[in-house]
Design a protein around this ligand. Structure first.
Ligand code: ATP
Length: 341
């Protein structure tokens, strides 16, 4: 665990904010009882989040779960009905300027000022951020290069493709090199090559920043996030590392294999005392053998397949599946099993 300091100027005072990686003493982004009501409807309720330096937290949830509302409140663009949000120790309502200085925010959708060219927009964004000297111009150049915006610099924002608009927006969010980042669906509309580039960019920045990313892509979670929070109906339903969440899936410690003509073997596998059930995916033909709670079935399954001389083409021990956990949590009716030891 490595200490760090993020020094921010506020008036004449120099505030030194201490944070720690992983289970940090003080989080760089923190919410307490954060909530937003629209009349009697609670879009977000009692949200408690702590994001430390080095964390990339994925905010997941079905459409309408409250991800964007939460992010807009943390970014200071939407006034909470209850609770607080702090960025590098600054309350986003009571100290909005200091909080915004420490935060880069990529909102949903496209940038405003669509009539400006990309170059004009980024120069404007740099001025708004107080980056007026040569170092500001260098930051713009750096972002243009990292997000590969050279081909569209002279083009009007309104005329850009969706992917380029997203990249311009991301460049704007990163211009002032903030220690905390809120990225609402950063790769929405990007082609697979650009998604990889943005993932590499986020991974490269993560070690000395606290980052929240909302996404609908579980591949994206695996690519860049070390923590996951799942919202449903405005409430935080579960939070942990991807591995912790995977261990709560019914696929945890299941054995999957692909083999032709294995009907008899499947029947025999289903009769093993430590096996709960055997399922076949009708599309991929993969067979999955699910263990009874707490059972380790790997060696028994392999031994039976060998004894039956099944020609296995592929075989794997499952860690668990995030999509399965997501489905269980957001369907609400199905209780989640406890985290496996
Ligand atoms: P998505 O995945 O579709 O982007 P989300 O998780 O980001 O969804 P939010 O946009 O935060 O969800 O919306 C949460 C809930 O709050 C939704 O039911 C939405 O309709 C509602 N909501 C958002 N803004 C308002 C508003 N201004 N007035 C009333 N309800 C609102």
């Amino acid at each position: 665990m490595r200490a760090f300091s993020c020094v921010l100027e506020e008036g004449d005072a120099l505030l030194e904010f201490a944070g720690f990686g992983g289970s940090g003493l003080q989080a760089m982004i923190q919410t307490e009882n954060l909530g937003k009501r629209y009349g009697r409807f609670a879009a977000v309720a009692a949200l408690d989040l702590r994001v430390a330096r080095g964390d990339v937290l994925a905010l997941l949830g079905p459409n309408g779960a409250g991800k964007t509302t939460s992010m807009r409140m943390i970014a200071g663009f939407l006034r909470p009905s209850t609770g607080h949000a702090r960025v590098c120790g600054h309350d986003v309502v009571r100290e909005p300027l200091a909080a915004r200085r420490a935060l880069g925010y990529l909102p949903e959708g496209a940038p405003s000022y669509g009539e400006l060219s990309v170059a004009e927009f980024l120069a404007f964004a740099a001025r708004v951020r107080g980056l007026t000297d040569i170092s500001g111009a260098r930051r713009v150049d750096d972002m243009v290069e990292r997000l590969q915006l050279q081909p569209v610099l002279a083009q009007g924002i309104d005329t850009l493709s969706k992917g380029f608009r997203r990249r311009v927006c991301l460049a704007q969010a990163l211009l002032h090199d903030p220690p905390a980042l809120i990225l609402d669906e950063p790769t929405d509309g990007l082609d697979p090559n650009q998604q990889r580039e943005v993932h590499a960019l986020i991974r490269g920045m993560a070690h000395d920043r606290a980052i929240i990313v909302s996404t609908h892509s579980l591949d994206e979670v695996r690519a860049i996030c070390n923590r996951v929070a799942i919202l449903a109906d405005g409430q935080l339903r579960v939070e942990g590392t991807p591995a912790e969440l995977e261990s709560r899936s019914r696929y945890h410690r299941a054995v999957s294999f692909r083999a032709p003509a294995s009907a008899l073997a499947r029947e025999l596998l289903a009769r093993l005392p430590e096996v709960e059930t055997v399922e076949v995916d009708p599309v991929s033909s993969w067979v999955t053998v699910f263990p009874r709670a707490g059972q380790d079935i790997f060696h028994a399954v392999v031994a039976l397949l060998e004894a039956q001389r099944v020609r296995v083409e592929e075989l794997r021990l499952e860690h668990g599946r995030l999509d399965d956990v997501f489905r269980q949590i957001t369907r609400a009716a199905e209780p989640l099993p406890a985290v496996a030891a």
